[in-house]
Design a protein around this ligand. Structure first.
Ligand SMILES: Nc1ncnc2c1ncn2[C@@H]1O[C@H](COP(=O)(O)OP(=O)(O)OP(=O)(O)O)[C@@H](O)[C@H]1O
Length: 428
């Protein structure tokens, strides 16, 4: 019994550890495949932090490509230097949070702990205010001012602020030799420079670090293995050995390879890989304490589930019939838009000619069902109600593919046979 208890504890521990790892709570020991970018960024920021040189740089890459992670790893190494730790100040802003420059300035003041120094002072301009803040940092030892690293996440959103005042002023400071500052922008927009006003653009250093994954499939599988393996300091070495052995075997499995390859071909980014592995790890339980092929298959199924098809499973039979009627209209009129009246006619034809299981519904009831489909956005008006046409005659489109409807029908619980046959018949 005590053996079993130990296994349960270890299995719980392993699951907790891996789930935390996959939930982005920890920086990786080393970014994978980003060595040159890492060195480049570290060198740039080191020059600001240690030698007091100002600079600006943009980190550009798609969502989940590791921009935040790269900066985090670089800052971790930088801050481990003692002279930097005591000296450098970090200000982190995010375009989603600081939606205008006034809010951003308040946040800068807060992060620099200068609220008391600013007090009730009124400033003539943004530049004056920022200059005051940077000047305040010099107090004490005027000869050397403390370097400030400004991190602007979602950098492109700051370009929408009025007159781009914040960007202008930060980049202006980063160009002049007053205070050592580094401005680091993170963005997923490749065309971000096009968004900058001329006077702002000219103050930017034009240094860009691009993160495009050059990972091969072999490296991708290595990452999976590393992500799923337990560390050497795991409290139960016997369990950890077994687990790691099973992970290695799992990665060699043909079906698993196929799933990983599909994921890899879809997107190489780590975030989607992490969600896949997270779902798989969550399925480990007392009854099977190692990761199995079936867990990954199920995780893959969950991740690639078609949300619209899932909505279809929850429809009433009347609503489903309307969807089939629309599918027939689409087939007959080659995808041209239709209106409610046409759908209703198609449905009536079915009831009169072929149906034994569906009884007649009053028109307002059918209309109600149709409106529900509209609410679910399975049907959308062609023009979003600009001209005032009666709802019955408004042109609509079905937002589902032929295949999605047919697949949903197969899985619909207790779907009457005549409805299925109607869906399968070629001409309604
Ligand atoms: N090269 C890599 N090596 C190790 N882990 C990585 C790598 N790339 C991405 N990751 C991991 O993928 C996850 C997503 O990365 P991150 O949050 O840094 O992306 P991002 O580019 O900042 O995304 P967003 O544009 O949404 O802010 C993180 O958990 C990160 O640790």
């Amino acid at each position: 019994i005590s053996d079993r208890k130990a296994t349960v504890n270890s299995s719980d521990g392993a699951q907790k550890l891996l789930r935390e790892r996959l939930c982005h709570q920890k920086l990786p020991d080393q970014p994978v495949g980003l060595d040159s970018q890492y060195k480049h960024l570290l060198e740039l920021l080191r020059r600001t932090a240690v030698h007091g040189e100002s600079n600006s740089v943009l980190i550009v890459g798609p969502r989940g490509s590791g921009k935040t992670m790269l900066l985090g790893c670089v800052l971790r190494e930088l801050m481990s230097l003692r002279e930097v730790q005591k000296n450098v100040l970090l200000v982190e802003l995010n375009g989603l949070l600081q939606t205008d420059d006034k809010i951003a300035l308040k946040e800068i003041t807060r992060q620099l702990h200068l609220e008391n120094v600013v007090g009730d002072k009124v400033f003539g301009s943004f530049a004056e205010n920022l200059a005051f803040l940077l000047e305040a940092l010099k107090k004490g030892d005027k000869s050397s001012s403390r370097p400030v690293l400004f991190v602007l996440d979602e950098f492109d959103l700051f370009a929408h602020h009025k007159n781009q005042t914040l960007l202008y002023n930060l980049l202006d400071v980063s160009q002049s030799a007053q205070t050592p500052v580094a401005v680091v922008g993170l963005t997923c927009r490749l065309d971000v420079l096009e968004l900058l006003e001329k006077r702002v653009k000219s103050r930017f250093s034009h240094r860009q670090i691009h993160l495009f994954s050059s990972l091969s499939f072999g490296q991708y599988v290595d990452v999976v293995r590393a992500q799923l393996s337990l560390p050497p300091d795991f409290p139960d070495p016997k369990f950890s050995d077994e687990w790691n052995h099973s992970v290695t075997k799992l990665c060699e499995d043909k079906t698993v390879e196929e799933i990983l390859r599909r994921n890899f071909n879809g997107s190489k980014d780590f975030r989607s890989l992490h969600s896949l592995l997270f779902l798989a790890v969550s399925r480990v339980s007392v009854s099977h304490s190692t990761l199995r092929e079936a867990d990954l298959i199920e995780a893959c199924r969950l991740i690639s589930a078609d949300s619209k098809a899932n909505v279809l499973h929850g429809l009433s039979i009347l609503e489903l019939c309307l969807i089939i009627a629309m599918k027939h209209l689409n087939d007959t009129y080659d995808g041209e838009p239709f209106n409610f009246q046409m759908v209703h006619n198609e449905f009536k034809k079915f009831i009169q000619r072929k149906s034994h299981s569906i009884h007649k519904f009053e028109k307002p009831v059918v209309m109600k069902a149709f409106e529900h489909l509209l609410q679910l956005e399975l049907v959308r008006p062609v023009d979003s109600g600009v001209c005032k046409v009666q709802r019955e005659y408004q042109l609509m489109r079905l937002m589902l593919e032929h295949g999605q409807v047919m697949e949903a029908l197969q899985k619909y619980p207790q779907c009457p046979t005549d409805v299925k046959q109607w869906a399968l018949s070629a001409f309604g």
